[in-house]
Write a protein that binds this ligand. Structure first.
Ligand code: ADP
Ligand code: ASP
Ligand code: MG
Length: 405
């Protein structure tokens, strides 16, 4: 007998028929003698719909009230799934985040899980109940409900698996695994049998939404093997685990992120300490900076450009504008009509030709590169947003669709 955590995303629980399908998977696992903890997301587009509803009423609602609202989405799907399982004749109980022992930080809208106390879940399992838990939520030290940030149910599932030392953590979704690119956009994308935590973390951070990046970070930290699989096809999925040398792929995938904006501070005096002053200012305000580019100094000045998440753009421009005079720069310009396209692969470390192949693919597709950043296992380029799909297709074709591969 094993302890199995199964997480189902919004599309897997979107209506009664899908809930019935999920109930079949869950009860099938239970019937085989396993303890089953199920984590669910809100049904279909419920979270987006709730956000729209709130914005109709108040353009700028408080984050606390938003969390009060959004946590309702998961409450609905958890109780409905429990009723579906009940209807099949199995013992089941649904629990909200606080009932399931999720303590989080106070940051409404992007809370971090501090601790999971699984006592209640254990007590229910010992009564041979199937336990359904709401993903994406917890409770903070003020006894307020919090949410974990979009896509956060994956992290809820991994946190339960870690706190209970589960034998298996399955992430069921609407595709049957992790692919070399988004299979909905790139029909030639290939399913990966296995991918390392590090590569999956990069792909998730760089835009492959199939797993939330925090969930991968946590899985790596607590050595939880994940399986990403479809709730509809029952095909074997993709295993996310610690890498072994044998499995090192040259490139494991291509990802696209449109949630990005470029900011440039123009005419910064060309002397030591100014980059430090700009970026420490941003760090103080919790703005995550990604790609950074500094031009060569000419006539005593240089330009410093960097990318930030789109929703941090306005605050960053304001911050930089208020700072331009202090540092003696001339202006701040921005562009949010950009996208970041990246390749990820643990094998690129030891293969020098990868960057040139990527840039050749972009050249052949007539895509201009604005900025480049690299690490040991990834290369990212910033390009015009309208070129993004074409760029992903060209890069994917170069690395995965050549004859003989
Ligand atoms: P869920 O609601 O189950 O959490 P998500 O919509 O968050 O599902 O994630 C699944 C989606 O991720 C897929 O429908 C797919 O379009 C997208 N996706 C993006 N990149 C990839 C990739 N490399 N492999 C698989 N799916 C990907
Ligand atoms: N329902 C939440 C969202 O849409 C959490 C999740 O789906 O993981 O972001
Ligand atoms: Mg998701």
């Amino acid at each position: 007998m094993a302890l199995i955590v199964q997480k189902f995303g919004g599309s897997s629980v979107k209506d009664a028929e899908h809930l019935r399908n999920v109930a079949d998977i869950v009860t099938g696992t239970y019937k085989n003698g396993n303890d089953v903890v199920v984590v669910v997301s809100a049904q279909g587009d419920t979270t987006d719909d709730l956000i729209d509803k709130a914005k109709e009423i108040n353009r700028n609602p408080s984050k606390r009230e938003m969390d009060q609202l959004l946590t309702a989405g998961e409450q609905i799907s958890a109780s409905l799934l429990a009723m579906t399982i009940e209807d099949l004749g199995y013992p089941v109980v649904s629990l909200l985040g606080w009932q399931a022992g999720f303590s989080t930080s106070t940051a409404y809208g992007s809370a971090r899980i501090k601790r999971v106390n699984p006592e209640r879940i254990k007590a229910e399992l010992s009564k041979r109940n199937i336990v359904v838990v709401t993903g994406f939520q917890g409770v903070n030290k003020y006894d307020d409900m919090t949410t974990l940030g979009r896509g956060g149910s994956d992290t809820s599932a991994v946190a339960i698996a870690a706190s209970m030392h589960a034998d298996l953590c399955q992430i069921y979704t609407d595709v049957d695994g992790v692919y070399t690119a988004d299979p909905r956009k790139i029909p030639a994308a290939r399913k990966l049998d296995v991918i390392s935590y590090d590569e999956m973390l990069e792909l998730a951070t760089l835009g492959a939404q199939v797993l939330n990046n925090r969930s991968v970070e946590m899985a790596k930290k607590y050595h939880i093997e994940l399986e990403v699989l479809s709730s509809l096809t029952r095909a074997k999925g993709t295993i996310v685990k610690e890498a072994t040398n044998v499995e090192k792929m040259l490139i494991s995938g291509v990802a696209k992120d449109e949630n990005v904006a470029r900011i440039s501070v123009i005419g910064v005096p060309d002397k030591p300490g100014l980059a430090f002053r700009i970026f420490s200012k941003l760090a103080q305000k919790n703005v995550n900076v990604d790609i950074i580019l500094q031009s060569i100094g000419r006539n005593g000045t240089k330009d410093i450009s960097f990318t930030v998440e789109k929703d941090k753009m306005d605050a960053t421009i304001e911050l930089m504008q208020s700072y331009v005079e202090t540092i003696g720069a001339s202006s701040v310009v921005f562009d949010d009509d950009v996208a970041k396209v990246s390749i990820v692969g643990a094998g690129m470390e030891s293969h020098p030709g990868v960057a040139s192949d990527m840039f050749e693919a972009l050249f052949e597709a007539n895509v201009n590169i604005q900025m480049i950043s690299t690490s040991e296992i990834k290369i990212s380029v910033l390009i015009k947003k309208e070129d993004a799909n074409k760029a992903v297709a060209a890069i994917h074709a170069k690395f995965f669709e050549q004859i003989g591969q």
